[in-house]
Design a protein around this ligand. Structure first.
Ligand SMILES: [Zn+2]
Length: 169
């Protein structure tokens, strides 16, 4: 028997597929941009940022880390033609609530030494200042030789309390 989550997943998908009529979209994003944002469950990128199906790549990870997203960004730009990056971190981000050491300690405590060894010196890419982290990540992308100079890059904060975005850089 599937879980309640699987049941919901299958049922809602069947409803979705019943009226689905976008099966002929092209693979490259039509509007040639990518949005990098956090995996936070309170962010609905398509609704909040006006993304129609087929328009843009949406890359998500813990904290909207540019470094963590580098692989996907290169693929998006070099293979699929995107020319603009909108980086969106958000208020109340979980990545503000623990340190890299905390995360490593938690892994060791909960999962044991084999798991800790498997992660090695992994950087969980936590941050302590939201605006500074947006600036740092935009700086990382602007300096990176893997991002062409003519790619437009802006950095934003999304407020989970109001649904509003504000530009940082
Ligand atoms: Zn977050």
């Amino acid at each position: 028997m599937g879980s309640e989550i699987q049941k919901n997943f299958v049922e809602k998908n069947a409803e979705y597929a019943q009226t689905f009529d976008k099966g002929d979209l092209a693979l490259p994003p039509a509007k040639k941009y990518l949005i990098l944002t956090c995996m936070d469950a309170r962010i609905d990128p398509a609704a909040a940022f006006g993304i129609s199906l087929g328009d843009a790549h949406v890359i998500r990870n813990a904290g909207a880390s540019a470094k963590d997203a580098q692989r996907s960004i290169v693929i998006s730009e070099q293979l699929l033609g995107t020319r603009e990056i909108i980086l969106v971190k958000h208020t109340g981000c979980g990545m503000l609530t623990f340190t890299n050491d905390d995360a490593h300690a938690l892994v060791k405590q909960n999962l044991g030494p084999t798991a800790a060894a498997e992660l090695g010196p992994l950087d969980f890419l936590t941050f302590t200042d939201l605006e500074a982290a947006v600036q740092e990540d935009v700086g990382f992308l602007k300096r990176s030789a893997t991002v062409p100079e003519d790619v437009k890059i802006t950095g934003w904060v999304y407020e989970v309390e109001t649904g509003k975005v504000r530009q940082v850089v």
